[in-house]
Design a protein around this ligand. Structure first.
Ligand code: F6R
Length: 245
C-alpha cells in the first residue's frame, strides 16, 4: 500500500539520478527564483551531477534559485572537508555557479546553535517557503537528522546524533571518534511545509526501511513514515531499493 506517493522505479542508480534531476529541473523552470531544499549524503550526488550537466547544456537554469540545506554537523567549520557546506559547494553549488549569498545551510560554527536554528526557519519563511525539498533516507528511517525517537521536533533544532548514524557516517571520517556528536537539522514541520518533496532511495540496503516508510504505520520511530501525511511527495528509487514493495 503506497498511500499518496508518486512513485518512479528506475532500473539503476544512474537512471534514478537522471529522473530525479529532470523532475527537479522542471520544478525550477516553473519557479526560477524560488527557494529549493537540498540534501547531502551519497544518494543525491548523481542527481547533482546531472543537474550540473543540464545547466551546462541549458536544459535547466539554477542560477536564480535560493538554496536551503536540510542540515549540518555541529560543531564544524564551513571549510572543513566533512562539512555539508563544503559538500554542497563541491557537488553542486560551484558546478551550477550559484553564488554564496543564495545558499543557506545551518551554520555549524554559529556561536549559539539554538538561535541559529530559529534564524534558519525565519530565513526559509522570508524566502516564501520551499518549492521542492530533496530528501534522502537514512538506513534507520531518518530524514534530515530527525532520528527515530518517541517524539519528533517540528522546527529546525540542535540534535544529538543517534549512535547508528555516527557509525554509518564514520565512513567519511578518519575514525568514528571524529564524527561530530551533534547536528542542526530542519525539523519535521520545517520539512513538511515544503510545497513538494522528492525522496531519493537507492540500493538493496534501504529496501526494508523504504517499505516501512511508504506503507508501514506512521510512527516517530520511523521519521520518514511521516511523509505519508504530506500531500505531494514524489519518490524516485532504483529496482534494488524497491525489491520489497
Ligand atoms: C543529508 C541528510 C540525511 C541523508 C541520509 C541518507 O542531508 O539529511 O538524512 O539523506 O542519511 O544518506 P545517504 O544518501 O548517504 O544514504
Amino acid at each position: 500500500m503506497l498511500r499518496n506517493f508518486h512513485l518512479y522505479v528506475e532500473k539503476d542508480y544512474d537512471a534514478l539520478s537522471l529522473r530525479a534531476a529532470e523532475i527537479f529541473a522542471d520544478e525550477v523552470n516553473k519557479k526560477p527564483a524560488g527557494a529549493f531544499g537540498f540534501a547531502t549524503g551519497s544518494t543525491p550526488i548523481g542527481m547533482y551531477k546531472a543537474l550540473i550537466e543540464m545547466q551546462k547544456t541549458r536544459k535547466a537554469n539554477l542560477t536564480e534559485i535560493t538554496a536551503f540545506n536540510l542540515d549540518e554537523y555541529y560543531p564544524i567549520k564551513k571549510d572543513d572537508d566533512q562539512s555539508y557546506c563544503y559538500f554542497m559547494r563541491q557537488n553542486l553549488f560551484d558546478g551550477i555557479g550559484l553564488s554564496a549569498d543564495k545558499t543557506f545551510i545551518p551554520r555549524g560554527d554559529a556561536p549559539d546553535p539554538v538561535a541559529e536554528c530559529t534564524a534558519y526557519d525565519e530565513k526559509i519563511a522570508a524566502a516564501g517557503g520551499i518549492e521542492m525539498q530533496i530528501l534522502g533516507l537514512g538506513a534507520n528511517g531518518h530524514i534530515g537528522f530527525n532520528e527515530p525517537d518517541s517524539k519528533l521536533v517540528a522546527t529546525t533544532y540542535y540534535v544529538p546524533l543517534a549512535e547508528s548514524t555516527i557509525e554509518s557516517n564514520a565512513r567519511f571520517f578518519a575514525s568514528p571518534e571524529d564524527v561530530p556528536r551533534h547536528a542542526l537539522t530542519m525539523g519535521l514541520n520545517s520539512i513538511m511545509m515544503a510545497k513538494r518533496i522528492i525522496l531519493l532511495v537507492s540500493g538493496e540496503g534501504k529496501a526494508s526501511i523504504l517499505k516501512e516508510v511508504l506503507g508501514g504505520p506512521i510512527t516517530t520511530m520511523v521519521p520518514g513514515s511521516l511523509l505519508q501525511l504530506h500531500r505531494d511527495v514524489t519518490v524516485v528509487i532504483d529496482e534494488a531499493a524497491g525489491k520489497l514493495l
